[in-house]
Design a protein around this ligand. Structure first.
Ligand code: URA
Length: 198
């Protein structure tokens, strides 16, 4: 697939799991198709399902503010997406077979965007990408080398809305790690990976 627009258009009619039966629309992703920073959440909620854009509800507003303040990037300079691209009924956690059915879309996004840093929000996204059953409380607080990029796990902003200032402070610290990783330049093995001008 040559570009993200073509991939998004293919995904828009995705029939790969039963979430296709209950979604309003596929929420593919949003932002800079050449972003260095990829933000990965769990799955669209009601607002996202309605509007077709990831992280636009209350947790999205917190995420946007924290990324701006701690990384120094607006959402238009990152790319934002989710593990599953369709809303789950009642916002339950996506089932493993739904995440697996959806994985080729995220794989395509990773290939085409080729980010240098990936931030995962919450257990579902972090466990899925790192391939572990460990919890976010254990996995956050450090960076993880992952497929030649730097993966930075942090709490889900919905957890921060419930958990209050300590959770927000932890997210700020983690996003600071993402900023440092972005400033540090390309991880080993990625130099020359990109077209000119990146
Ligand atoms: N929560 C998520 O994980 N993703 C969204 O897009 C919105 C809320």
């Amino acid at each position: 697939m040559a570009d993200l627009g073509a991939l998004a258009s293919e995904a828009s009619t995705c029939p790969r799991c039963d979430l296709a039966l209950t979604r309003t629309q596929v929420v593919f992703g949003d932002g800079d198709p050449r972003a260095d920073l990829l933000l990965v959440g769990e799955g669209p909620g009601a607002d996202e399902d309605r509007l077709g854009v990831p992280f636009v509800g209350r947790s999205g507003q917190l995420l946007t503010r924290l990324v701006e303040e701690e990384v120094g990037l607006g959402r238009d300079r990152c790319y934002t997406t989710n593990i599953v691209k369709c809303r789950t009924p009642g916002n339950r956690d996506p089932k493993p077979h739904e995440a697996a059915a959806c994985a080729p879309w995220l794989e395509g996004q990773l290939d085409l965007i080729a980010p240098r840093v990936v931030v995962t929000f919450g257990n579902v996204a972090t466990r899925r990408l790192l391939g572990t059953k460990e919890g976010i409380t254990t996995l956050r607080g450090r960076t993880h080398p992952w497929r030649g990029v730097t993966l930075v796990p942090t709490f889900h902003p919905a957890a921060a809305l419930r958990g209050g200032p300590a959770t927000v402070a932890a997210m700020r610290e983690d996003l600071g790690r993402a900023r440092v990783a972005l400033e540090r330049g390309r991880p080993e093995g990625r130099a020359g990976d990109r077209e000119q001008g990146r």
